[in-house]
Design a protein around this ligand. Structure first.
Ligand code: DSN
Length: 482
């Protein structure tokens, strides 16, 4: 089918769907139309967002949503799951092929859910199963109260080592206020204070001293590649399970931009991901694992998760089928190339980037040189049609709420067709906003970390510049709503 006829079909589908929604709750139909207009009219640079294809979007809106299907393919706690079985089996098969993984679990509803399933599976595999074996019990229901208490104690006494939040790790990598920092004794590794780069010797030293059960690798705000072969060596040396959270860069793995030592899947015992970031699928999560963990991960629902979202598993299958096409590799390479262009655009205009650049899809801009907090920068940029998110930088003096950084990512605008010149212009437009923004004051006249003053006319000028780029690279070309 040609792109034009696909667009025509998609327009018809959404036009009809919105009319049906309008007949029940017109304000939701209006908000849905407005969301499309807003996404079309702004520069989306949030590193964890993207635009899924119309095929993926349409797959999410079906009657698969109405089906309960706790359990796994062919082994459900509900009747009449034959079509859900087809969907889940296909999604898992596409995932295994796409990532070269022995086993794929496509039920998690989000990245955090995927990580919880992974933690639970590691505890089950390394703590519970050996304990049950030793006690000659099939499952925990067969344990005496005393044995059960001792197992609970063991479960609650395990150690996890992950990347700290301000170095670019995720909340679920052992951040103390998060459940991962509470269910495990945790320690965190950071980055080199001079270079901002991951220091493998520091990770190894901490691992030797702390002896974690779980070593977590992966990041949400680190603009560099990771050598997962090295991380596995460290894990093996101390007898840890290597868990990699590739939520941010799964698209770069699927698209073969990260291969060899940079491809986590063959090196990690368990790899978790979201499906909606650089992978460009529906909102959701997934766990990939080596065979030894498959049976444990398979019990994710109902032991950790609520019933699977069958409509989302269907959309994952469609997205993975798209990612298996050769053109996805071109797309993934363009994400990384565009991040380079964006970084160069800032560096040549004397802005400071954490680690001095990027070699993945993330650019972490330190806005302190503009005299701003991340919060002020994020707000001023938004006024000019540039959507980013504030992010802490290593040893951030402004903490995780106000921050000193702005995290940028290239997956979404790359989907729209932006290339080198467009990303250079994006850097120029952003610099225009930031260099024309002043910190504001509180009502009491004190310096504020939140309020800001953007010079007159800048927002309009930058939005006009952004519109030129956006009009040349439309979102969902041909999708017209009345
Ligand atoms: N919310 C995701 C991100 O923006 O990176 C991580 O949970």
């Amino acid at each position: 089918m040609t792109d034009a006829s696909l667009s025509q079909l998609t327009s018809g589908a959404y036009e009809q769907a919105l009319k049906v929604i309008e007949s029940v709750e017109p304000r939701i139909a209006a908000a849905t139309r407005q969301e499309l207009a807003d996404q079309r009219g702004s520069l989306k640079l949030i590193a964890s967002e993207n635009y899924a294809s119309p095929a993926v979007l349409l797959t999410m809106g079906t009657w698969f949503s109405d089906k309960y299907a706790e359990g796994t393919v062919g082994h459900r706690f509900y009747a009449a799951c034959q079509n859900v079985d087809t969907v889940e089996a296909l999604a898992a098969e596409h995932a295994r092929e796409l990532f070269g993984a022995p086993y794929a679990y496509v039920q998690p509803h989000s990245g955090i859910d995927a990580n919880l399933v992974a933690f639970w599976s590691i505890l089950a595999n390394r703590i519970e199963t050996p304990a049950l074996k030793k006690l000659g019990a099939k499952n925990v229901n067969e344990l005496t109260e005393a044995d059960w208490e001792s197992l609970r104690h063991e479960f609650g006494n395990q150690r996890l080592l992950g990347m700290s939040l301000d170095a670019g790790g995720h909340l679920t990598h052992g951040f103390r206020p998060n459940i991962s920092g509470k269910m495990f004794h945790q320690q965190q590794y950071g980055t080199d204070p001079e270079t901002g780069l991951l220091d493998y010797d520091q990770v190894a030293a901490k691992a030797r001293e702390f002896k974690p059960l779980v070593l977590v690798a992966g990041y949400s705000a680190y603009p560099r590649r990771v050598n997962f072969a090295k991380m596995r060596e460290i894990a093996d040396e101390v007898g840890a399970v290597l868990m990699v959270d590739m939520a941010h860069f799964a698209g770069l793995v699927a698209g073969k931009v990260f291969s060899g030592d940079e491809d986590p899947v063959p090196h990690a015992h368990i790899t978790t991901t979201t499906t909606h970031k650089s992978l460009r699928g529906p909102r959701g999560g997934m766990v990939l694992a080596q065979e030894e963990f498959a049976a444990d991960v398979d019990r994710g629902c109902p032991m950790v998760l609520g019933g699977p979202l069958s409509h989302m598993m269907a959309a994952k299958a469609v997205a993975f089928a798209e990612a298996r096409r050769p053109e996805f590799q071109t797309y993934a390479q363009a994400i990384a190339d565009n991040a380079q262009s964006l970084a160069e655009g800032f560096l040549k205009r004397d802005a400071r980037l954490v680690t001095g650049g990027t070699d993945n899809h993330i650019v972490l801009l330190d806005v302190s040189g503009f005299g701003l907090t991340g919060r002020q920068a994020e707000s001023a940029l938004l006024d000019a049609g540039v959507v980013t998110n504030r992010n802490s930088i290593p040893s951030d003096p402004n903490g995780a709420w106000y921050t000193s950084g702005v995290r940028l990512g290239t997956p979404a605008l790359t989907t729209r067709g932006f290339g080198h010149e467009e990303f250079d212009r994006v850097a120029e437009l952003m610099i225009e906003v930031l260099s024309n923004t002043q910190p504001g004051t509180t009502k009491a006249g004190e310096p504020s970390k939140a309020s800001y003053v953007l010079a007159d006319g800048v927002a309009e000028r930058v939005q006009a510049g952004a519109d030129e780029l956006l009009d040349k690279n439309p979102l969902y070309p041909g999708l017209e709503l009345s």
